[in-house]
Design a protein around this ligand. Sequence first.
Ligand SMILES: Cc1cc2nc3c(=O)[nH]c(=O)nc-3n(C[C@H](O)[C@H](O)[C@H](O)COP(=O)(O)O)c2cc1C
Length: 281
Amino acid sequence: MNLYDLIKKRRSVRNFKDQEIPKHIIEELLDAANNAPSGGNIQPISIILVQEPERRKELSKMVGDQPWVKNAPLSMIFCIDFFRIKKWASMFEADFKGEKALSHFLIAYADLMCSAQNVVILAESYGLGSVYIGTILDAIDKVRKYFTIPHYVLPMMVLSIGYPKSVPKNVPKLKRDVIVHREEYKELSDDEIKKAFEDKYGSFDDNLERYFQRIYVEAVEADKQEKPEWADPEWIKKEMKKLNIKNTAQFLFKFKYPSEEMVKLNENLIGAFKNAGFDFF
Ligand SMILES: Cc1cc2nc3c(=O)[nH]c(=O)nc-3n(C[C@H](O)[C@H](O)[C@H](O)COP(=O)(O)O)c2cc1C
């Protein structure tokens, strides 16, 4: 398969076989991570490999009981790592203040995702599947403690990897022209925006099974495995009724990512950054 087809076909996988990944493949995945672009080539990242079943289980719990994290034979925790650079700089009478410089932080986060995405694509080419786990951001303190992560190191992303038992179909995407602006930004009208999301999600309908298939792939996938409460379709249906949810925008920002709750997460996140010695605020 050529790279274009592979990238177009890739879907996040959440249903993994109980099958080890050969060691030489894991090493190549790590080489792919290590050879990603990096701002200034500073490489401010570390990757923690999680393979032991007990640790997989713990990580899974910390990121919100997402069953695929414990079922995947390998998870990589991608960390912004300023600990190593600060030490190195100070040993040579230089001062690195990434923990206070938002610019270093943002570039490091971009570096981290470049590395992780290199792994995603190479893994895909070996017939592996993977899924990012962003909810690690809600558990930075716990993850730092459990995985003995020092100051100036922030675990920012998990990538769970394994051989797929099944791959989701029909994951909706915006049409390409919605995200592309040629030579200058062209603001879409209200109607164009409505149409863009209608084209993506289809219309909201009462057949919740069908609806979930399109818009809540995590619930569908969790339903094939254990049913953690947050993704149990029966429970979700009840909550949606209670909240009187009438369309996909409401589903996303009243139920899945409730706007007030998302803002409240700032406090926890800023606290976790401070605990790790980061302070841009
Ligand atoms: C930054 C980021 C965070 C994500 N966090 C999660 C997560 O916590 N749990 C999960 O099941 N999927 C997670 N995903 C996967 C997305 O749900 C998935 O990419 C999206 O539904 C589009 O599907 P696709 O990857 O198959 O194209 C995350 C993806 C990204 C890029």
